[in-house]
Ligand binder design. Structure first.
Ligand code: DI6
Ligand code: FE
Length: 416
């Protein structure tokens, strides 16, 4: 009896590979390399000369790339991509001197996005968010994390998370969702902080966990948002529901956020401009990723940079993301986020690139699956019209031609 086994074996060869493999130095570059995928997974990576002829003869597709660069598909591991309306008018006010915190305290800021998001239907949220997702995809992104946090009620937080999941069905992109009900106090709870935290713990989290709407839970620990103890209450409930946590920590002031993230074994602590040495040490001990968000730093015209030199010395994993949001980071380009991480925060191009690949995967708890070109991992690729990492990061206002592959299938191709 002859058994026909269906194979879908694809070979890319003649490429420069930036594998981002943690066992290699820098971005793990292999020149004149080849990569083989079967059933959407990488089954072979190495120098072209070592490619087993048996694999080549079984291939259903062979592409020769003439020195172009293959990297892991990029990962934007911190976005607030789903929201209603925009905040261009508020940006105008801030340009003429109104501080972000003052606008937030006066009921503008996040709360105005909450009103617009509550007004929008799930379908409207999806159609408003798709162009932003497509902008990220055009930059080589194959995985994106999307937070809730502009709904702030049971129904509206669920609506945002469903819209985020729907985006992942409408486009070939991996979407990871995060519940950020503890983003700001909704207006109806202005005089009842504990009541809202209780609402998150008793209503929102159980429902979101039961319906599998979120992969993680986040909170904004800040003087204008939630206190350390309120954050702890939300995180304890998240862990009890089996959901990992991450934290907006020490962005505008040192609220001890880095240490709280460490205390709860968070995937990442994000922003960290004001993080203390003690907080960073706790993060290192708990293996928490430092998520750098230079878009918000730039738009808010902050002057205190995150302590990158200390992070580097301590050997913390540093990731980079857009923080795409309507208030503090209207940045729909992960390449731009890398550029800003280099120019404003002093990352090297290799550090920035690892920050949106291997380290970003770690920040999502997906180190075993994406972010490196390694045997056994998903075949998510970005294929660039260049042979080095630097030009991907260095250009502003010009998109180096790229295309992407998701689980072995074409996912994005630039129009000619
Ligand atoms: N930190 C930020 O930078 C964003 N959220 C957060 O917790 C700002 C969100 C907004 O202003 O809409
Ligand atoms: Fe954020």
């Amino acid at each position: 009896m002859v058994t026909a086994t269906f194979t879908d074996l694809k070979v890319w060869r003649g490429a420069t590979l930036a594998t981002c493999d943690g066992d290699l130095s820098g971005c793990g570059v292999i020149s004149n390399g080849a990569l083989v995928a079967e059933g959407g997974r990488i089954v072979w990576v190495g120098a072209c000369g070592d490619l087993p002829s048996e694999l080549l003869s079984r291939a259903t597709q062979v592409e020769t790339l003439e020195g172009r660069l293959i990297t892991p598909g990029l990962i934007d591991a911190h976005t607030h991509l789903v929201f209603g309306g925009d905040r261009a008018a508020e940006w105008g006010l801030r340009l003429s001197g109104a501080p972000y915190e003052a606008i937030a305290r006066a009921g503008g800021g996040i709360v105005s996005s909450v009103a617009a998001t509550r007004k929008a239907s799930e379908t409207e949220l999806v159609s408003q968010s798709l162009p932003r997702l497509d902008a990220l995809r055009a930059d080589g992104v194959t995985t994106v994390e999307i937070k809730s946090g502009y709904g702030l009620s049971l129904a509206d937080e669920c609506k945002m998370l469903r819209a985020a999941r729907r985006l992942g069905q409408l486009r070939p992109v991996r979407v990871r969702t995060t519940l950020l009900a503890a983003h700001t106090l909704p207006p109806e709870y202005r005089d009842n902080r504990m009541g809202y935290v209780q609402q998150i713990v008793d209503q929102i989290l159980p429902k979101v966990a039961a319906e599998g709407l979120a992969d993680a839970v986040d909170a904004f620990c800040e003087t204008i948002a939630f206190t350390a103890d309120e954050t702890r209450a939300v995180f304890s409930a998240a862990l009890a529901h089996g959901l990992p946590v991450k934290l907006h920590a020490d962005q505008l002031s040192d609220g001890g956020g880095a240490a709280i993230a460490a205390e709860f074994g968070a995937l990442s602590a994000d922003h960290l401009e004001h993080a203390s040495d003690e907080g960073l040490r706790a993060m290192k001990r708990a293996d928490v990723v430092a998520m750098l968000l230079p878009g918000a730093y730039y738009v808010l015209k902050e002057v205190k940079r995150p302590p990158v030199e200390r992070m580097r010395k301590m050997g913390l994993a540093m990731a980079v993301a857009t923080d795409l949001n309507p208030g503090t980071s209207p940045v729909a380009s992960l390449r731009l986020a890398m550029h800003l991480a280099c120019t404003l925060f002093g990352l090297s191009p290799d550090e920035a690139f690892l920050g949106v690949t291997r380290q970003a995967a770690k920040a999502l708890g997906l180190s075993h699956e994406i972010g490196q070109l390694r045997v056994g991992m998903a075949c998510d690729l970005a294929i660039w019209d260049t042979d080095r990492i630097e030009p991907i990061i260095y250009w502003l206002g010009r998109t180096p031609s790229c295309r992407t592959v998701l689980a072995g299938e074409d996912a994005f191709r630039q129009a000619d």
